[in-house]
Design a protein around this ligand. Structure first.
Ligand code: FBP
Length: 308
């Protein structure tokens, strides 16, 4: 019998054995779409920066991106795995572009005007189902003074999402509390955030690429005992993937503020070499012209396919 799902994707789906068939079918939908289809990797366009950082900081540099239809078109034309965005943005294109690109509803959001490291729940599982989404996504801020309420919100949202056959994506972004800015991306802290997301039941975990800094003195000793050279980004990526159930959860890495092509591509190569499951690149895509964005996304895809 001819199967329509690649061996690698079937293997990954096996990591989620015991999960509901609807959830696994939606994970398969994400993993079998676009140019990454069947590779076991994902390249996703996230466009929630208008909420998180404000419209000017997000879109003024490339004003066509103020229009939600533009980011749908970008994700579709680049043949990405999915588009992730808050309710209003997805609602502005989900009907017109139905079936053309898998959608992830970003169901909680912060904004740059707030002072508390917390996010409001801004959409429901019902919204995600109505929009035809494959997954719902939540951010957690491990370390923040509001972290426990955030974990409880994710627990409730994830349980309802899974019961309705949706996959769950968690953006694990340690911050707030006693964590200094540098510590947010320290190796031990990023790995800790990824592990918490896995323990909360995330199917897909999104983190920032970790730096070589180790924040917690106790963790320093543990890493020294492991004897791994964490001065290389690929080894740090491999460790974060290890922290998410030893590679049995999909871990993808975010793009960050807009940078030169070379810097983005070097990072993508390290993610690939370290066994990361792909990239989720927002500003480095929609803040470039359409032509430049498509060229960069094409190169990122080729790296994650192992053909670059
Ligand atoms: P970018 O590729 O633009 O960094 O997007 C990834 C992302 O996770 C977005 O989904 C989110 O809005 C943004 O980063 C948050 O960035 P920060 O936590 O640095 O404000």
């Amino acid at each position: 019998m001819k199967r329509h799902i690649s061996d690698r994707v079937r293997q990954i789906l096996g990591y989620y054995d015991g999960e509901r068939p609807g959830v696994k079918a939606n994970l398969a939908r994400l993993l079998m779409h676009g140019r990454m289809a069947g590779s076991g990797k994902l390249v996703i366009l996230p466009v929630d920066q208008g909420f998180e950082h404000g419209p000017a900081r997000s879109f003024a540099v490339n004003p066509v991106a103020y229009d939600p239809r533009y980011v749908f078109e970008l994700a579709i034309e680049a043949e990405l795995s999915a588009l992730a965005a808050p309710l209003g943005l997805l609602a502005a294109g989900a009907d017109h572009f139905a079936g053309e690109i898998p959608l992830i509803l970003k169901a909680n959001n912060a904004n740059g005007l707030g002072t508390v490291k917390d996010e409001a729940v801004t959409a429901t599982v019902h919204d995600a189902l109505e929009l035809g989404c494959s997954a719902i996504g939540y951010t957690i801020y491990p370390g923040s003074d509001r972290q426990y309420e955030m974990f409880e919100e994710v627990r409730a949202g994830a349980a309802e999402a899974k019961a309705n056959g949706l996959a769950v994506v968690v953006w694990a972004y340690p911050r707030g509390g006693d964590l200094g800015k540098d510590h947010e991306t320290a190796l031990d802290i990023v790995a800790y955030g990824a592990h918490i997301a896995a323990l909360l039941g995330a199917h897909i975990i999104k983190v920032k690429p970790p730096t070589a800094l180790i924040a917690e003195p106790e963790a320093k000793a543990a890493y020294a005992a492991a004897g791994v050279d964490y001065s290389h980004l690929r080894n740090r990526i491999a460790h974060v993937v290890q922290a998410a159930f030893d590679g049995r959860r999909i871990v993808i890495f975010s793009g960050g503020a807009a940078r030169a092509d070379d810097a983005v591509l070097d990072e993508a190569r390290a993610i690939f070499d370290g066994g990361g499951f792909g990239s989720i690149v927002g500003r480095n895509a929609f803040q470039r012209s359409r032509k430049q964005a498509l060229a960069l996304l094409d190169s990122i895809i080729n790296i994650h396919l192992g053909t670059a």
